[in-house]
Structure formats: C-alpha cells, structure tokens
Ligand binder design. Structure first.
Ligand SMILES: Cc1cc2nc3c(=O)[nH]c(=O)nc-3n(C[C@H](O)[C@H](O)[C@H](O)COP(=O)(O)O)c2cc1C
Length: 217
C-alpha cells in the first residue's frame, strides 16, 4: 500500500466485524510499532494484546463507566454546544465513541500501550500510530482510546496483572477489527488554517482546500 494512502485513510474505525485478527497480522502490527522513534531511543514501552473473552468482559463495564465520566464531565459543554448548534460532525464522533463503549467486548483484539520514563507522554504515540498504520495496511481498522487510563488505571492494571509499582502508565487502548464500512479520507480543518510561516499568525504562503491524496503521490 502507498504510504500516503495509509496516512490519509487511517481513521478511527469503530464499527468492525467480530472476525479474529490472524497471528501474522498481529505480529506485523507489533513489529511495526516497535520500529517507532522514542526519546533517546529508550523504548520505554510495553504493548499488551488482549483477546481473551473473560478479560474483555471484565474491562467492558469499566470502559463504559470511564466514557460516561468523560461525557458527563470534560465533554459535556462540547456536547451541549454541538447539540445547540447542530454540529453534526462532533455529535457523530460522540455517537461513534459511544458505539465503541457499547461494543467493547466485541472487538476481536485490543492493544494496551504502557509507557515509562516518558514525562511528556510523547514517546509512546509514534509507536501506537505505527501500529494503527500497519493494521491499516492489512485492511484492519483501529481506534485509539484513552479513557481507561484516565479514569480506571488502577483497576485496569489489576485486571491485566500490570505491576503497580514499576513506573508504568497506561497511555491508551487501541481496538482492532475488520471494518464493516469503507475506508475514507479523514476530513480535517485544512493545513493553511492551522499553519504559519516565520511568525505566529502569518500566512504559510499556500492554501490546500482539498486533500492532496488521492491525486498526488
Ligand atoms: C490522544 C487521543 C485520545 C483519544 N481518545 C479516544 C477515546 O477515549 N475514545 C474514542 O472513541 N476515541 C478516542 N480518540 C479518537 C478520536 O476521537 C479520533 O482520532 C478523532 O475523532 C478523529 O477521527 P477520524 O480519524 O475518524 O476522523 C482519541 C484520539 C487521540 C489522538
């Protein structure tokens, strides 16, 4: 697969089939993930795959509780604004996130990404994104979630047997599965609206109203 196709079409893919992810694909996802950069090449990561139904069943209620807390707390003003203004895109993301929570146990594969000695948290996300891109190359959809680590880290550590006293932090949980829908280019605010040149606020010097892929490799 062309690298730009993978970059442009790797979306939060939350509607997936229950079909298992073959071991070769799992191997490829993990091996791609650990090629990623990390500060000082410290590689302070641990990647824990979960496909055991009982473990997923124990985590599901925790995940739903965590998302409920996020939606009732931090995201409440955002949802209220979106509802008031008819902001369909934001409401769609929230509905889709709720779908993930409601079907947490049905994802055939979960990846828990732990990080250590990583004060800014920046040394884990390149590897997680590489895992998601590798999955995309195999036709597997993924979705990055952070709510378990935010609201139920202790209970999640307990359920997964993670040592609580070795400095590990749960950065995120990624769901994997073969999509029920189609791959598409992620709609985003265009680059020229969020980029400057030489001085904050000065135009970057070009405009990119439409995604450059497909059409330019
Ligand atoms: C740091 C981070 C945390 C995220 N946490 C969650 C989450 O807890 N639950 C969820 O469903 N999606 C989560 N997402 C996925 C975002 O909602 C998603 O990337 C965004 O809506 C864009 O989706 P798209 O690529 O399909 O357009 C997270 C993404 C990032 C980068």
């Amino acid at each position: 697969m062309n690298v730009f196709e993978a970059l442009y079409t790797t979306r939060a893919m939350r509607r997936v089939k229950p079909d298992p992810i073959p071991e070769e694909v799992q191997r490829s996802i993990l091996d791609a993930a650990i090629r990623a950069p990390s500060g000082g090449n410290a590689q302070g990561w641990r990647l824990l795959l979960v496909d055991d139904p009982e473990t997923k069943a124990a985590l599901g209620p925790l995940y739903r509780d965590a998302l409920g807390r996020l939606f009732e707390g931090h995201y409440k003003p955002m949802r209220e604004r979106a509802e008031a203004e008819g902001d369909e895109q934001t409401l769609r993301v929230m509905r889709s996130s709720q779908h993930l929570a409601d079907h947490f146990e049905a994802y055939p594969l979960l990846l828990f990404a732990f990080t250590r000695n990583d004060p800014g948290g920046g040394s884990i996300y390149p590897s997680v994104w590489s895992a998601q891109l590798a999955a995309r190359a195999h036709g597997v959809g993924s979705a990055l979630t952070s709510v378990l680590g935010l609201f139920h880290a202790e209970k999640t550590f307990d359920l997964l047997g993670v040592p609580p006293d070795k400095g590990w932090t749960l950065a995120c949980t990624v769901t994997f599965g073969y999509p029920t829908g189609r791959w598409g280019v992620a709609p985003r605010r265009p680059a020229h609206e969020v980029s400057y040149r030489n001085r904050w606020g000065d135009p970057v010097g070009f405009e990119i109203p439409d995604p450059l892929w497909p059409g330019q490799d």
